[in-house]
Design a binder for this molecule. Structure first.
Ligand SMILES: [Zn+2]
Ligand SMILES: [Zn+2]
Length: 175
């Protein structure tokens, strides 16, 4: 069963294919890019962020039915995301309904006052996208700081991760 990647119309353009290919390489599964329009829910004016749970609600309740989506679904959005109790999240997965979201808002160098670089943005989006999809495929968090399933709290921790699953997570995914 292939993995569905829905690219929000406001998310960075031109990097869809490299990100999709890198996710395929990390997880060893085929991906399929979707272009359907999708309304992003959950804007919180006070925080100027979107509630990731509300985005997943709409993905799960409306989108997958309207377009008869089968298999894991990842939304890539440029909106900055939060969940209650966290300042921000890079992404969020809901395994029970096989939907996930990843945000590019904090993945570009420019967010940190550094020089923009598409290669960095592609790497990070693929790593965090593969991480959320890994949850949908049954993987939990991993203690190995180089593994894609490690949960990074900062950009440096994210950059320390390699574009691969550690042997233990790889084995868990294949079994
Ligand atoms: Zn996670
Ligand atoms: Zn691992």
């Amino acid at each position: 069963m292939s993995i569905n990647i829905l690219w929000d119309q406001q998310a960075p353009r031109g990097i869809e294919l490299p990100v999709a290919r890198m996710i395929e390489m990390i997880l060893g599964r085929e991906t399929r890019l979707l272009e359907h329009p999708f309304l992003i829910d959950g804007y919180n004016r006070d925080r100027d962020q979107h509630d990731a749970q509300k985005i997943l609600d709409r993905l799960q309740d409306t989108f997958t039915r309207r377009y008869s989506i089968n298999g894991p679904l990842l939304l890539v959005t440029s909106r900055d995301l939060y969940v209650t109790g966290c300042d921000f999240v890079f992404g969020l997965a809901r395994s029970a309904s096989s939907v996930a979201v990843v945000s590019t808002a904090r993945l570009g160098n420019e967010y940190y006052g550094r020089r923009p670089d598409d290669a960095d943005l592609i790497d990070r989006t693929a790593k965090e996208g593969a991480h959320e999809l890994g949850h949908l495929l049954g993987l939990g968090h991993c203690d190995n700081p180089e593994c894609v399933m490690f949960r990074p709290r900062t950009l440096d921790e994210l950059d320390r991760k390699r574009k691969m699953l550690c042997p233990a997570c790889k084995e868990a995914l294949d079994s």
